[in-house]
Ligand binder design. Structure first.
Ligand code: GDP
Length: 139
């Protein structure tokens, strides 16, 4: 499976704003298969652990508060070149800089509340998938 999966979260802003269906449609229309999916909410601890790589960044506290502020959709997706193609599909971190038609351009509100997460490497995709899902929940 390595190289063919990515991990995503539809973040609390996009869930609150009613964009789950539209974002999932973008994802499946781009050719991704759903390997695992759940509607859930991160505790502050879990959000802090997931974004631990950003611990020293000035926005870390804000990011952890935001990501634990409401429900999310977490999913593992498969397709050839899953990680890179997904980063293209979602667009730049800052929606103001994201290309037209990308998920963040269409549905994100700010650099912090930017609608979706996408893994940045094959290695992290695997780590993030295993962080959120048991082997028995991935198909
Ligand atoms: P990504 O890989 O495009 O998600 O971007 P990064 O790995 O650089 O950052 C992780 C997440 O931290 C982003 O998706 C944003 O939710 C958040 N973030 C990044 N930069 C900022 C910032 O300057 N301010 C705030 N509040 N959040 C940020």
């Amino acid at each position: 499976m390595a190289g063919n999966i990515t991990f995503t979260m539809i973040k609390p802003d996009a869930v609150k704003n009613g964009h789950i269906g539209a974002i999932l449609n973008h994802i499946t229309s781009a050719g991704y298969n759903i390997v695992a999916m759940k509607y859930t909410k991160l505790s502050k601890e879990k959000a802090g652990e997931f974004y631990a790589v950003h611990k020293e960044r000035p926005f870390y506290g804000e990011l952890v508060d935001f990501m634990s502020s409401g429900p999310i959709v977490a999913a593992v997706l498969s397709k050839d070149n899953a990680v890179e193609d997904f980063r293209t599909l979602i667009g730049s971190t800052n929606p103001a800089e994201a290309a037209e038609g990308t998920v963040r351009k269409l549905y994100a509100t700010s650099i912090g509340e930017n609608a979706v997460h996408g893994s940045d490497s094959d290695e992290n995709a695997q780590i993030e998938a295993n962080f959120h899902f048991a082997a028995t929940e991935m198909f």
